[in-house]
Ligand binder design. Structure first.
Ligand SMILES: [Zn+2]
Length: 289
């Protein structure tokens, strides 16, 4: 849907190999021919200087979007019909979102490089909201990758609110203020607690590193590890990223901890107290933790 490029510019980018296609296994493929099966369209590398702490480091940025044509859209409709609404959000966002990979150092050849698969969070990553830990996690992951000398951040733009999108996430914040935890709030809206699809992230890591790639995963969430391993990536170590804990997000992180996230209980203690969640008419089933 967003993959349209002016034909003249497209030709030029293809010649320069700055625009290319990956098949469903994350292998390079062409866009034409009887056996062509482009699954992702990707542009890059694009030099992106980042401020990492107090130093500047240049990452190589790649952006990708799912290749969409009429046949594929017909297939999506069939898949939604077969798999039901649980899959609807991940499918819609998978085809709407333009995702990114930020590569640092020699990511392709580094031995067991650090990888962070980061779910987009406008409020945390951009606004600096302390209701969650996303912004500090992103910054901490970037610093660790620079310190290690090589690595990648795979930024999933369609993963806002664990896949439900920014609008629904805003409403879940109101439900959280009324006493629900972050998972219950999604479910109260009739939405999945987590509908993220990590398969494209795995495809792109496979493209850069080759199949069966060995990485160290910067993540607290065990489901991210499972999803990448299911897609053939060997996670030799899961490295927790605990950063930005405050009285504003301690309860949110406790809920994540109950869902298996690798967050040390000690790190959640002794946080400055925040005014407790206010109950409102939004929630008839509010409960406190
Ligand atoms: Zn967040």
């Amino acid at each position: 849907m967003f993959a349209y490029i002016d034909p003249a510019v497209k030709r030029e980018l293809l010649i320069k190999k700055k625009l290319f296609y990956l098949d469903v296994e994350g292998r390079p493929c062409t866009s034409a021919g009887p056996r062509a099966a482009p699954f992702l369209s990707m542009v890059g590398p694009i030099a992106l200087p980042l401020q990492v702490g107090r130093i500047e480091r240049t990452f190589q940025w790649y952006a990708w979007v799912r290749n969409s044509d009429l046949t594929r859209i017909e297939r999506i409709v069939d898949e939604i019909r077969e798999s039901g609404p649980q899959k609807l959000f991940s499918m819609l966002s998978s085809f709407m979102a333009v995702n990114s990979a930020l590569l640092y150092g020699d990511f392709a050849r580094a031995k067991q490089p650090l990888v962070r698969v980061h779910s987009c969070c406008l409020t945390g990553d951009v606004f600096g909201s302390m209701r969650c830990d996303c912004g500090p996690q992103f910054q901490a992951a970037t610093r660790r990758i620079v310190r290690a000398g090589a690595g990648a951040i795979v930024y999933m733009a369609g993963h806002e609110g664990r896949g439900i999108g920014l609008w629904a996430k805003a409403i879940t914040y109101l439900l959280q203020d009324a006493g629900h935890d972050t998972y219950q709030a999604n479910e109260r809206l009739g939405l999945p607690a987590d509908s993220r699809d990590f398969s494209d992230a795995a495809r792109v890591i496979n493209y850069f590193r080759g199949p069966g790639s060995r990485v160290r995963l910067l993540a607290n969430n065990p489901l991210k590890r499972q999803a990448l391993e299911a897609a053939g990536i060997v996670v030799v170590e899961q490295v927790p990223v605990v950063a930005g804990i405050s009285g504003y997000n301690a309860r949110y992180l406790q809920a994540k901890r109950r869902h298996g996230h690798l967050i040390d209980a000690e790190a959640l203690k002794h946080q400055p107290r925040q005014a407790g969640p206010r109950r409102s008419r939004l929630s008839g089933r509010a409960r406190s933790d």
